[in-house]
Design a protein around this ligand. Structure first.
Ligand code: DOR
Ligand code: ZN
Length: 335
């Protein structure tokens, strides 16, 4: 039977939520990952040092093992230098959301006036705090990410030493940016390596595949696959696994988010194996992120095996991607 071993897998974009949801979903990620970059879009968002520290403690309390590191993020606002100095040791990056663009982002940035942002971004650059960005405008849904490229360009050229991570990229336009600016990096989800818009709304509408940014065109999928499968040194795996209760997804006004935490590594093996690129998966799920973020994760060795794995219908009331369907790879052992 074919097996594949991954060392210290990392998920560099994960929503763990809070309360009961946190208690239900965090163990699923901690089981197979060495660490994850945890998103700050709680209600209210994580935006001061006490909240970061307390949230990290709640995460650690929710996971059964201690060989899982939550890399914490702070919700971007135009913070001053004294504030950034007080919080720097507790965080791995700062996450910028355009105001109102997605779940719990109302307190985000409403104006991309570079001069207003300069003190914060220059200080982050000087302090080597990476900036993670949800890169969508409020334009036509299929064009939102592409329209945001001019803002990435503005940020990348004004702050050439600031590490900027284009989160969950979904377009060829974003892929093309990677080679244009030294300081731009990207995360890619596993669902965006599989889906196009057709899978979401081309037949009967699939609420569990609906997320922001929405899956795009076949040529975008091809561009994402081209950099992920080669483990382009500036791309990393970030699942954007975003759990919502079943009733919030299967409802009038479906919440955005695909829940992939319990199946992400299995699906990644399937995709990389399908294209004969399993040897590059280690870089994509760990080594690139270690280098880009300068992090040294907890030790974990995860062996996957090519055998059928039936995805559970739900995990404590949260429906995963491909619920009830059979995947080609399963987790065999974890050391
Ligand atoms: O689909 C999404 N869900 N996209 C995001 O940017 C946020 C996430 C969430 O928090 O549910
Ligand atoms: Zn996200």
């Amino acid at each position: 039977m074919k097996t594949h071993t991954l060392l210290m897998p990392l998920d560099m974009h994960l929503h763990l939520r809070d309360g009961i949801m946190l208690e239900n979903v965090a163990p699923l990620s901690a089981y197979s990952l060495s660490g994850a970059l945890v998103m700050p879009n709680l209600v209210p968002p994580v935006s001061n040092v006490a909240e970061v520290v307390a949230y990290k403690e709640r995460i650690m309390a929710a996971v059964p093992n201690d060989n899982f590191e939550p890399y914490m993020t702070l919700f971007y606002k135009n913070y001053d230098k004294a504030f950034l100095e007080s919080v720097a040791d507790e965080i791995t990056s700062i996450k910028l959301y355009p105001a109102g663009i997605t779940t719990n982002s109302e307190g985000g940035v409403s104006s991309f006036d570079i001069e207003e942002m300069r003190p914060t971004l220059q200080t982050m650059s000087d302090m080597e705090i990476p900036l993670c960005v949800h890169g969508e405008t409020d334009g036509f849904v299929m064009d939102r990410e592409t329209e945001f490229m001019s803002i990435y360009e503005l940020l990348a050229t004004n702050f050439p030493k600031l590490k900027i991570i284009m989160e969950h990229i979904t377009t060829k336009a974003a892929v093309d940016m990677l080679d244009k600016f030294d300081n731009l990096y990207a995360t890619i989800t596993v669902h965006h390596l599989i889906l196009t818009l057709d899978d979401v709304v081309g037949g009967m509408m699939q609420p569990h595949l609906f997320c922001k940014p929405i899956a795009k065109r076949p040529e975008d999928l091809d561009a994402l696959l081209s950099v992920a499968l080669e483990a382009h040194p500036k791309v990393m795996f970030g699942s954007d696994s975003a759990p919502h209760p079943q009733h919030a997804k299967e409802s009038c006004g479906c919440a955005a988010g695909v829940f992939t935490a319990p199946i992400a590594l299995q699906l990644l093996c399937e995709v990389f194996d399908q294209f004969g690129k399993l040897e590059n998966l280690q870089d994509f799920v760990s080594d690139n992120a270690q280098r880009i973020y300068g992090i040294c994760p907890e030790f974990k060795e995860v062996t996957l095996e090519e055998r059928p794995f039936v995805v559970p219908a739900n995990y404590s009331g949260v429906v995963p991607m491909y619920a009830g369907e059979t995947l080609a790879w399963a987790i065999e052992s974890i050391d």
